[in-house]
Design a protein around this ligand. Structure first.
Ligand code: ATP
Length: 236
C-alpha cells in the first residue's frame, strides 16, 4: 500500500536554530498516526512544514505520490490536506456556521450543505450553537469547531495539532472519542500530542520526537507498553 503521506529526511531551521533534524515518517491510508513528544520537541514545526507554512532545506514530502516541496499552503489545502492548528485559530467574530462555511473555501458549491449536515452529526453541540458568535464558545467547543471547519474541506488527511491542549479531562475524553469516530468513518489522521497516553491509546502507530529527532516508533500498543515510554511520557 502506498503511503498517503511520506516525509523523508526533513531539516527545518528558525534562523540559526536547527529545530527538525532529519525527520522521516509515513502515514498510510485509513491510519491514525501520532507524533508525541515533550514541549519544544518539534511537533508543531513538523506539521507546519507539511502544510507549507515552514520549509525544509532537505529531503522530500510526498502527499498522494506528489511532492509538496515549494507548494504554497493554500494549494496544499486544496489538494486535500487540512490542518487544525494549535490554539484552534477560529474566526472569533463570526458565527459557528460562518466558520464552518469558511472551511469549504477551496471548494465550489457542490455538496457543501450535505457536508455541513455531516459535521453537525459528528458535533451536535455545534448544531445547537450554529448562530452563536464563535468567540463566546468554551475551549472544548472551539476545538470542535476547528475540527469541523477542517472537515469542511473534505480532507484526505486531517492533521490535528494538540487538540487536547487546555481542555478539562472530561472534554479531552470527548475530543478523543470524536477523533476515533472520524477515523472509523474513514478519515486518515495525523495527530500531534503532548498527551501521550490518550494519543497512543487511539493510534495505529506512533513516533516519538525528542529535540527534533525521531527516537522511537511502533504501534500505539507497543509504545504504550514500552518501559522507556512509560518512564518518559506516561508518568510511571
Ligand atoms: P509545543 O508543544 O510547545 O508546540 P513542539 O513539539 O510543537 O512544542 P515546536 O513548537 O515545533 O515544538 O518547537 C521546536 C523547537 O523550535 C523548539 O526548540 C522551539 O523553541 C523552536 N521554535 C519554535 N518556533 C520558533 C520560532 N518562531 N522561532 C525560533 N525558534 C522556534
Amino acid at each position: 500500500m502506498e503511503p498517503i503521506l511520506k516525509v523523508s529526511d526533513i531539516n527545518v531551521y528558525y534562523g540559526a536554530i536547527h529545530a527538525i533534524k532529519g525527520v522521516s515518517f509515513e502515514v498510510n491510508p485509513g491510519e491514525i498516526v501520532t507524533l508525541i513528544g515533550a514541549n519544544g520537541a518539534g511537533k508543531s514545526t513538523t506539521l507546519q512544514t507539511i502544510s507549507g507554512l515552514l520549509h525544509s532545506r532537505t529531503g522530500s514530502i510526498e502527499f498522494l505520490g506528489e511532492s509538496l516541496m515549494g507548494i504554497p499552503a493554500h494549494k496544499i489545502v486544496a489538494k486535500g490536506l487540512a490542518q487544525v492548528p494549535e490554539g484552534r485559530r477560529i474566526f472569533l467574530q463570526m458565527t459557528v456556521e460562518e466558520n464552518l462555511q469558511m472551511g469549504a473555501y477551496t471548494r465550489s458549491g457542490a455538496g457543501i450543505d450535505q457536508d455541513l449536515e455531516k459535521v453537525y452529526t459528528h458535533f451536535p453541540r455545534l448544531m445547537e450553537r450554529r448562530r452563536q458568535i464563535a468567540g463566546t464558545l468554551s475551549g472544548g467547543e472551539q476545538q470542535m469547531l476547528a475540527m469541523g471547519r477542517a472537515l469542511m474541506s473534505r480532507p484526505k488527511l486531517l492533521m490535528l495539532d494538540e487538540p487536547s491542549m487546555g481542555l478539562a479531562p472530561i472534554l479531552v475524553e470527548q475530543i478523543f472519542e470524536i477523533i476515533r469516530t472520524l477515523h472509523k468513518a474513514g478519515t486518515t489522521i495525523l495527530l500531534v500530542e503532548q498527551n501521550a497516553q490518550a494519543a497512543l491509546s487511539i493510534a495505529d502507530r506512533g513516533y516519538v520526537l525528542e529535540t527534533g529527532r525521531i527516537v522511537t516508533s511502533g504501534t500505539g500498543q507497543e509504545l504504550l507498553a514500552s518501559p522507556e515510554i512509560k518512564r518518559a511520557y506516561l508518568g510511571g
